[in-house]
Write a protein that binds this ligand. Structure first.
Ligand code: PMP
Length: 368
């Protein structure tokens, strides 16, 4: 027997658990982690090099702890794209939206407190809850993966969670949550405790519908979280952010590590934001490809969940893991999120999507 995690005096709630682990396999077509398939354009790569070179000279100093220039530019981006006026006091940034979520749970969750999500949804909400000692409650969804509002309202009234997560568009299912549902959940959460409602909009730029940022008006317990990992094609940058009432931005600073956002990260993110218009053109291409995947998968005979994201959930399979393996054997990596009967594919370049469609056509023929 080798010495392992459980032989160490780790916290009880971590015993027997596994870390987040989407496989990082070296296969020709990787459509499994909802990344943007387009490399950054050359002009932006040059601009990043320039800004990082400038920042490099000052690396003997700690970075701007409050990331004010970056938060100002992120607020401008949100204002311009949503029409809802925000400034740096409404915005906070961290190393990926995962860190934003962690800071929110450190601030509003923690030992003796609970958070709820409506599953299947983004598994890291529950995992980060566990990591911060926050109790996790798995709330219900309908069979078609829409949120079962009356059941969700009952769960909130019964458990009185301190944090409520709503992911829209939802991952891994792809469907967006109507504003009316989010409002009703917010009301239920305020009546029950009051608690914080975190709307995870990681994929909102790919949606047919609008961002829920305007709902922030008059709702200080609402938080919208965003990321540059998807629409900005910058998953490797690790830059996530939130928009909320300035009091929320002040509150998360109680738990953030000092100088958490490196000067290199801030410089790189600022360069990427200068290229917002160019980068958002790729979003339009990806939306077209997403819609093509939905249509072609249906034409092949698969069931597909309506998608507002840069990925598509398709099924149904008696054994989704065996099907995942068959697709992988054809050189295409998709994602088995553990939703029984379903798999998820990220919209890639037209060529990657063609390779995926060829693979699933073959698999379908085999299974008929
Ligand atoms: N929220 C959702 C719904 C996601 O799917 C992801 C990434 N898969 C994230 C947040 C985290 O993204 P990041 O930490 O790269 O910003």
């Amino acid at each position: 027997m080798t010495f392992g995690i459980d032989d160490l005096p780790v916290r009880d709630e971590l015993r027997g658990k596994s870390p987040y682990g989407a496989p990082q396999l070296d296969v020709p077509v990787r459509l499994n982690t909802n990344e943007n398939p387009y490399p950054l354009p050359d002009a932006l790569v040059e601009r990043i090099a320039e800004r990082v070179r400038e920042a490099a000279r000052d690396l003997n100093r700690y970075p701007d702890r409050d990331a004010v220039e970056l938060r100002t530019k992120l607020a401008e981006y949100l204002t311009n794209t949503s029409g809802h006026p925000l400034d740096a006091s409404n915005v906070w940034a961290a190393n990926g939206s995962n860190e934003v979520i962690q800071q929110l749970l450190q601030t509003f969750g923690g030992p003796g407190r609970t958070a709820i999500g409506f599953e299947p949804s983004y598994s890291m909400h529950g995992l980060i809850a566990r990591g911060t000692g926050t109790g996790w409650i798995s709330g219900p969804r309908h069979e078609d993966f829409t949120i079962d509002l009356p059941a969700a309202q009952r769960a909130i009234a019964e458990h009185r969670p301190d944090v409520v997560f709503v992911t829209t568009p939802n991952n891994p299912t792809g469907n967006a949550v109507p504003a009316g549902t989010v409002l009703a959940l917010y009301e239920a959460a305020q009546a029950a405790r009051p608690s914080m409602v975190v709307v995870d909009e990681a994929y909102i730029e790919f949606s047919h519908g609008a961002s829920l940022l305007p709902l922030l008006d008059g709702r200080p317990n609402l938080v919208v979280s965003r990321t540059m990992s998807k629409a900005f094609g910058a998953a490797g940058l690790r830059l996530g952010y939130l928009a909320a009432h300035p009091a929320v931005v002040d509150a998360v600073q109680l738990v953030r590590l000092p100088y958490h956002l490196s000067a290199v990260t801030q410089a790189t993110a600022l360069a990427a934001l200068e290229y917002t218009d160019t980068l958002l053109k790729y979003v339009e291409q990806l939306k077209t490809e997403r819609d093509r995947l939905v249509a072609e998968l249906r034409a092949i005979g698969y069931e597909v969940t309506e998608s507002d994201a840069n990925f598509v959930q398709f099924g149904r399979f008696e054994d989704s893991h065996a099907t995942w393996r068959k697709i992988l054997d054809r050189g295409v990596l998709v994602r088995d999120n553990g939703v029984p009967g379903w798999l998820r594919v990220t919209a890639g370049t037209p060529q990657e999507n063609d390779a995926f469609l060829d693979a699933v056509r073959e698999v379908k023929k085999e299974q008929n």
